[in-house]
Design a protein around this ligand. Structure first.
Ligand code: PLP
Length: 398
């Protein structure tokens, strides 16, 4: 048989693929790994994951589940034990009653945002999202064909939103409003007074569903209390809560998340789950039961360690020439203003990685309003943070 030497025609992809973005933190991670393999000393302040191991009791619960024979499919919505544990945890922490039947167990926090955006996004629809914000919001909205409407977040207000400004973005075509507090990439936390105002205003816009990404709700500093959007009865029937185990229990690689859906949306959400992944792997779900119902001291210890690093990083960033940084209030990110260094965000990200082996993520990876900022994750050791700051200081004084 002759070998066909004609070049293959490029496959024709669906148009939406051209609109789908990415999460640059994964590119930075890949580049950092490559440089490390080439023998360079790299300090990774780029990726958003705790540098701790998953607590031992949770790991053991996952192993036990495998040994006990939990090898098959589970119900698409998740095992009842975990759905109940999620509902109980929300009740204990925020005082709001959740029907376990409205809880969907999903493979990571991202899945909830994708499902919510797929459920509401289509040409003609508008979805409001935080900018700078988690990049997948804007990417998935664009993919859906909906109009991505940026809710700008400013340094001068601690990267919180103004309720008035958000309400001003709502039109008759707005279907979904995405909120995220504590926030990635800024570490900003929206004060309860501003959320109260937003909720009061939302009562005039019953056509808008709210997806509240509260994946960092346990990572708060200075004695702050988290405000859960489910705790407002006036909008309760249109709030989707996004949460999961990745950040709180250092379980990013287990792919375990959960969401609470309004009664009328749990069925379509479950249908999406059946089409997408059938169910979350069974042993991770049993590990999740242990995470939520077992001792919580490891979470406390992890947050205390982040807090110490937060203070060191904040102080050292402010000592760098041309750099100023607000004190982050939650999550494990600092978002310094680097506009006075004379470099834009992407140039500084690339120069730091290539010239001094410090991986961070340019603010523009989180939306156009991130220009002039860099995201530093302090989910790394104090020693590494101090070494990285020393290297950056040298670079900026060159
Ligand atoms: N939401 C926010 C704000 C995040 O920062 C992240 C991860 O970085 C996620 C959701 C996704 O979490 P997961 O890794 O569980 O999918």
């Amino acid at each position: 048989m002759p070998i066909n030497t004609r070049p293959a025609a490029p496959p024709k992809l669906a148009q939406g693929m051209g609109r789908l973005g990415t999460e640059t933190a994964f590119d930075v991670l890949a580049r950092a790994r490559k440089l490390e393999l080439e023998g360079k000393s790299i300090i990774n302040l780029g990726i958003g994951q705790p540098d701790f191991r998953t607590p031992e009791n949770i790991v053991e619960a996952g192993i036990k589940a495998l040994r006990d024979g939990h090898h098959g499919y589970t119900p698409a919505g998740g095992i009842p034990e975990l759905r109940e544990a999620v509902a109980k945890d929300i009740e204990n922490r925020h005082g709001c009653i959740v029907d376990p039947g409205d809880v969907l167990i999903v493979p990571g926090g991202k899945v909830t945002m994708f499902f919510a955006i797929m459920m509401f996004g289509e040409p003609g629809a508008e979805i409001i999202y935080p900018n700078p914000g988690f990049p997948i919001y804007e990417s998935a909205i664009n993919f859906s064909g909906a109009k991505a409407v940026a809710m700008p977040l400013y340094e001068k207000t601690g990267f919180s939103f103004s309720a008035e400004e958000v309400l001003g973005l709502i039109t008759p075509n707005t279907r979904l409003l995405i909120l995220n507090s504590p926030a990635n990439p800024t570490g900003g936390v929206v004060p309860k007074s501003e959320i109260d105002k937003l909720v009061a205003g939302l009562t005039d816009h019953p056509h808008v569903t709210i997806m509240s990404d509260e994946i960092y709700s346990r990572i708060l500093y200075d004695g702050q209390k988290h405000t859960c959007l489910l705790s407002y009865p006036e909008i309760r029937d249109r709030v989707i809560l996004l949460d999961g185990a990745s950040k709180t229990y250092a379980m990013t690689g287990w792919r375990l998340g959960w969401s609470v859906w309004p009664k009328n949306l749990i069925e379509p959400a479950t249908r999406l789950a059946i089409n997408d992944h059938s169910c979350v792997n069974a042993s991770a779900q049993w590990a999740g039961v242990e995470a939520l119902t077992g001792p919580q001291d490891d979470v406390q210890k992890m947050v205390e360690a982040f807090d110490e690093r937060r203070k060191v990083m904040h102080k050292m960033l402010n000592e760098l020439p041309g750099v100023s940084c607000q004190m982050p209030s939650g999550a494990f990110y600092a978002f310094p203003n680097i506009s006075k260094t004379g470099m834009n965000a992407r140039t500084m990200q690339n120069r730091m990685l290539d010239e001094i082996g410090v991986a961070t993520v340019a603010g523009t990876s989180f939306g156009s309003f991130g220009e002039g900022y860099l995201r530093f994750s302090y989910a790394n050791s104090l020693e590494n943070i101090k070494t990285a700051m020393g290297r950056i200081s040298d670079l900026l004084q060159k």
